[in-house]
Design a protein around this ligand. Sequence first.
Ligand code: HMG
Ligand code: MG
Length: 307
Amino acid sequence: DYVPEVRIVEVGPRDGLQSIKDAVPTEVKIELIQRLRRAGLRSIELTSVVSTRKVPQLADCQEVLTNPAIKDLIQHSEGNSLRLPVLTPNLKGLEIALSRGVKEVAVFISATEGFSEANINFSVEQGIKNARAVAQKAIEAGIAVRGYVSCIFVDPYDGPTNPSSVLHCVQELLQMGCYEVSLGDTTGAGTPAKVATLIRYLEKNGIPLKRLAGHFHDTYGQAVANVLQAYICGIRVFDASVGGLGGCPFAPGAKGNVATEDVVLMFQNAGIQTGINLADLVATGNWINQQVRGSSESLRSDFSTDT
Ligand code: HMG
Ligand code: MG
């Protein structure tokens, strides 16, 4: 089986869409997932099963998961050849995901208190305990678990993050059975120098680099540079969002994820294989941006006033 040198985890259908204010039709979400698969993506985060009050955009997650074409994709997902994680914040989300035949879930915690409270209504330690309960049940059910730690550099409410909190969260997520932990620069505050310092710190403290992924938001235009720096440090898995969509409604002012097209262009041009067809990906990015045009702008001004 072909193994690309770098694995891109496409988070567009989840992180990319979650903060868009105007409802994106379910059919568009389904087509987005199918186009991404056809472009060669082997890891696609399908949706999240979260409070619909908190994230109304993804309230149709069950319709997405039960669509016959998506069900078929899920049935054919196996190991690294095709991963289709669904973000689940609690046992309720896990139960719904399992009832839809999902074979991988992602649990998420924050290294910092302010964002943890705003995002999941838990302290950091409560969040870890809750994620552990979800991971345990998922593993018992025989499915894979991916982990996220948010606010690796800065918390939108608390300011700079203590690296030892990031280390603690990564250790906890690995210990609870996550096969991989994605390091979330939620606010996009990271720069290559900060990325290198954090990765070296985690490595020095016993975290295997092959268990880490990078998840960079692009608020200050540093995200592609951060991906490259993380690659130079030895990371081989990167989350990205087609068309650069994305942002978290509970991180005021945070922009989209690094654009998948930009990451693929950079790696391909350096002769590093991603297994993704760049032309198909660019067409998908243009198409989805047309579908959601304008609506993400309006949300940004919105969530900066309500938090
Ligand atoms: P809560 O309000 O503290 O407590 O939510 P609750 O458990 O009492 O639930 C409240 C309501 O939500 C109830 O409904 C529940 O039934 C319902 P009501 O009785 O009021 O009608 N509910 C659910 N509905 C659907 N699916 C569920 C679910 N659970 C409860 N799974 C909770 C706590 C954790 C549920 C909530 O705070 C939540 O959903 N948080 C998630 C917010 C979110 O999705 N944030 C964005 C994703 S994280 C992110 O973007 C960062 C990342 O990209 C990495 C990075 O960039 O750093 C991953
Ligand atoms: Mg994110």
